[in-house]
Ligand binder design. Structure first.
Ligand code: G6P
Length: 614
């Protein structure tokens, strides 16, 4: 993970770097640092923890860097070495002449470190990154050319990296390169903005170049020299970013997470816009580039994703199998990439990712693409690396999600799967027309149902207060809401650090039931449908072991009053759409518990929103 920024131009550099890092905080917030070129040397400033700590470190040093117009910066999600000041980037070589920031992981750093130590390099940190600083330092001593030194050093690196490098001898030059990690250069007039991601540059320029793997660029205020992987000079391909600068604001909400939860009705409306006009008309999904004949010939779908996106994918499996009768496998990308998978030209591979940058999912997609599968990407970032690998691309248009815990992007991903499943069902003729019309009508009123939940949250807040001080939490569900149980538990874990687990309720009796006693809350996602009665029985079994019972339900069944200590009610909805409706109160429950406990809701410890390392 981590985010890197750089600037070379004519403006005071420090504010630009800090502002850029602030936009990249979603990539990590364990530590931060910058290196700037002053009139006599490179000055490095670092701080542990959030960016506000670095701002404090910088305050007394303003005079040192007020005339600096070149620098690099970093925000860290720790991989190698604890999140201390020593391990914070930028890292320097022995003489302090070279400073670098790095996003990625260098897999052969131990061997390289041994070799460099044998040559006299003294390491100050435990990071893999410091190896690169020393290595470039050594190469520079040989060739006296920064670009060449970076080129030579990176040839010895195994793993992933995006790098910004500066040298004391060069007042106005930054060298950058990347392999399997994102890096974008914003083009200004007499200035360049470098960043891991667009939000850090968009307020300065809409013209940008996405660096390709193994390319090396040398930037000065008035030149951009780009070398291909083979070392040939090539023309940078300038793209116009389809972004508007947005001031990220909480719009009066206490946290971004709460704001994003409340945006969900509009998120659903947005994704349906232009794709679902009336229940009688077919779904329009021009984003799917497979011909109708190819779609009919599909014999298998594989979906790869991580985290919350994986849970959306699991709901997708239910939908596609139920409506389209095509077998679907869902697998965490990190598992998929390390085994032999069987695909052929009749297999569709779907990658789901909010960020479009998750390293494991990118690798999984690259592998399937190499095997000739059609790649369909569902993402919130149509400008991402994953989107660029897509044969078909469904952007979910949820808008920027700032809170590390994903909420609105999950709902948007679910909606993408409803659209995809219904679209394929219409083409395959696998579902009665009357049922299709009925489903499409219900889908159109989902935003109002979510609004209903959001308009009265007192009961959820009360429940949060009642259960906030528990150590563990169990979520149970069956069928299409099993992924809801997993996602509900994940939300709680992520932002409250309570040990929450989701189970398919039928499995409770095969082990987990041993944990139940009068201290254990069990939240049953009891939505009306084919598994309702079965789940009621499982809830009875938990109650019989004295668990503290909570129901999340759309049922008016009177039996529930005596069985559950707490009942969270949601509007009535057909079972197939219940994952959309049932998730909203679970997001809110996690939010209010975290807020009640005084945790950092938007930036929980140890997490990052975009995980660009495997
Ligand atoms: C990180 C985030 C999660 C997210 C997961 C997958 O772990 O903290 O919220 O679900 O990555 O990210 P993606 O961008 O691929 O959906």
């Amino acid at each position: 993970m981590c985010g890197i920024v750089g600037y070379v131009g004519y403006q005071p550099v420090v504010d630009i770097l800090i502002d850029g890092l602030e936009q990249l905080e979603y990539r990590g917030y364990d530590s931060s640092g910058i290196a700037v070129k002053t009139s006599d040397k490179i000055e490095v400033f670092k701080a542990e923890g959030k960016l506000c700590n670095l701002r404090e470190v910088l305050k007394p040093n303003v005079d040192l860097f007020k005339d600096s117009t070149m620098g690099i910066g970093h925000i860290r999600w720790a991989t190698h070495g604890a999140p201390t000041v020593l391990n914070a980037h930028p890292h320097t070589c022995n003489c302090g002449n070279i400073a670098i920031v790095h996003n990625g992981i260098i897999e052969n750093y131990k061997e390289l470190r041994e070799q460099l130590e044998a040559k006299g390099c003294v390491f100050k940190s435990q990071t893999d990154t410091e190896t690169i600083a020393h290595l470039i330092g050594q190469k520079y001593a040989e060739v006296k050319d920064l670009t060449k030194a970076v080129e030579l050093a990176t040839k010895e690196l195994e793993g992933a990296y995006a790098l910004c490098v500066m040298h004391n001898d060069h007042k106005n030059k930054i060298v950058i390169t990347k392999r399997n990690a994102p890096l974008v250069v914003g083009i200004g007039e007499g200035e360049f903005f470098i960043a891991s991601d667009v939000p850090a540059i968009i307020k300065h320029t809409k013209k940008a170049v996405y660096l390709g793997d193994n390319q090396v660029a040398t930037l000065t205020p008035d030149s951009f020299e780009l070398l291909s992987a083979d070392g040939d000079i090539i023309q940078p391909k300038v793209e116009i970013l389809p972004w508007e600068p947005v001031a990220l604001s909480k719009m009066g909400y206490k946290h971004f997470m709460l704001k994003e939860i409340h945006e969900q009705p509009d998120v659903v409306r947005n994704i349906l816009f232009g794709k679902l006009h009336t229940p009688d008309e077919p779904i329009i999904l021009d984003e799917v580039k497979l011909t109708k004949d190819k779609l009919k010939e599909l014999n298998r779908i594989q979906i790869v994703a991580c985290g919350t996106s994986l849970h959306a994918a699991m709901v997708g499996k239910y939908l596609i199998e139920q409506l389209c009768e095509i077998p679907v496998d869902v697998e965490p990308s990190s598992e998929y990439i390390y085994r032999k998978t069987v695909t052929d030209s009749h297999t569709l591979v779907v990658g789901v990712s909010q960020s479009g940058e998750t390293a494991d999912t990118i690798t999984a997609i690259k592998q399937s693409k190499a095997r000739g599968s059609h790649i369909l990407i569902i993402t919130n970032r149509p400008d991402s690396a994953m989107a660029r690998l897509a044969d078909s691309l469904i952007p979910v248009n949820a808008g920027i999600e700032v809170s590390v815990a994903a909420t609105k992007s999950y709902t948007a991903q679910l909606m993408a799967f409803y659209l995809l499943a219904l679209y394929m069902a219409e083409i395959k003729n696998s579902v009665e027309q009357s049922l299709l019309i009925n489903l499409k009508s219900e889908m159109m009123i989902l935003p109002q149902k979510i609004e209903q939940i959001l308009s009265s949250t007192e009961n959820i807040q009360k429940c949060a207060r009642a259960y906030a001080n528990t150590r563990d939490f169990i979520y149970i569900a069956r069928g299409i809401n099993f992924p809801t149980a997993l996602e509900g538990a994940l939300k709680l874990k992520e932002i409250s650090y309570i040990n929450a687990t989701g189970y398919c309720a039928g499995e409770l009796k095969h082990g987990p039931i041993a944990m139940l006693d009068e201290t254990m809350p069990v939240l049953s996602i009891l939505m009306k449908g084919c598994v309702y009665e079965k789940l009621l029985t499982n809830s009875e079994e938990a109650k019989a072991r004295n668990a503290r019972m909570i129901a999340l339900t759309n049922s008016r069944d009177e039996k529930l009053e005596s069985l559950f200590d707490y009942i969270l009610r949601v509007p009535d909805v057909q079972e197939i759409f219940s994952p959309v409706i049932s998730m909203v109160p679970l997001q809110l429950l996690a939010y209010y518990i975290s807020e009640f406990l005084g945790k950092d809701v938007d930036q929980p410890r140890n997490l990052a929103k975009s995980v660009t390392v495997e």
